[in-house]
Write a protein that binds this ligand. Sequence first.
Ligand SMILES: Nc1ncnc2c1ncn2[C@@H]1O[C@H](COP(=O)(O)OP(=O)(O)O)[C@@H](O)[C@H]1O
Ligand SMILES: [Mg+2]
Length: 333
Amino acid sequence: MKAVEANNLHKTFTSKKESVEAVKGVSFSVEQGEVFSILGPNGAGKSTTILMLTTLLGISKGTASIMGLDVEKQDKEVRTKIGVALQDTGIDLLLTARELLYTTGRLWGLNKQESNLRTEELLQLVGLTESADRRVKTYSGGMKRRLDLGLSLVNEPEVLFLDEPTTGLDPASRRVIWDEIKRLNNNGVTVILTTQYLEEADELSDRLLIIDKGVVATEGTSDELKASVGGDVVTFDFEKEENVEVAKRLIDNAKVNQKQLRITVENGAEHIPIFMKTFTENKLNVKSVSANKPTLDDVFLKVTGFSMENDNQSEKKQSKKSNYEKRGRRIRR
Ligand SMILES: Nc1ncnc2c1ncn2[C@@H]1O[C@H](COP(=O)(O)OP(=O)(O)O)[C@@H](O)[C@H]1O
Ligand SMILES: [Mg+2]
């Protein structure tokens, strides 16, 4: 049995003025025990997909199941199997973390004693025991996201949905959430998360789905997707920077990128000695060389025709988002 199956999901939002096709035929499945990422730029349809899968939004067309249960016909049973942490949470900022967790436990049908026990367990799990009696409005962004995560775990879900769990967090808080996601997954929880961060998808997911403008652009493991771009990128630095132009003329399809020579070939590591021989024969001393797989940004560029890296740069002009967030979205090469 699959943890999640989505078949040709569609969502159209209609108002008097217009109708928006937010999701246009998205299909995928997630195995039990996987971490599965849905990656895509703002407005791609990630949240809409998550809302439909978690019974919180009607499906316009198509079908979905969670642990073999039909999302529309068996919505009550589905809700007992899943945990959800949404992008825009409606948590009551005037309450404390302990109060919120306890109340949520009671809503899930735990008795007072059980709910107290579960509250203490979860506070420990998400590292909020020390701050459990502070009002949530005094929490940092990272603490709030950890509480969201805690709240989504009250009913001991088998399948956990996290909509952009680290957006807006600084790198250290992001790392804490990543570790928690990994730990939950090691304990057998299937995780479906959405993200705009390429490195997050890369670090956490067993498999990932790239969506853009409501449709699936591609799907696979990070390695498969990168391999689909073709080959490795071999990068040379020369002791004398001006030699890069001379070197370029000696190798087919070599490109100069900021004083480095870049060559895309199959089996980059095997080619390095051959390139080195050519350069040595021509008295071009190499300072450093590396062979790297294409990044997820190269994949994104290939399947959508634009780079998330560039998108993030254009976003800088208009966005009020934190520097951390912009930095996180950039790809480290
Ligand atoms: N309730 C809604 N009414 C109308 N349009 C919506 C609504 N929710 C989302 N949309 C639109 O649907 C598209 C996908 O949105 P969303 O699923 O939130 O994308 P993402 O989560 O990938 O950023 C966007 O164009 C968005 O403006
Ligand atoms: Mg969203």
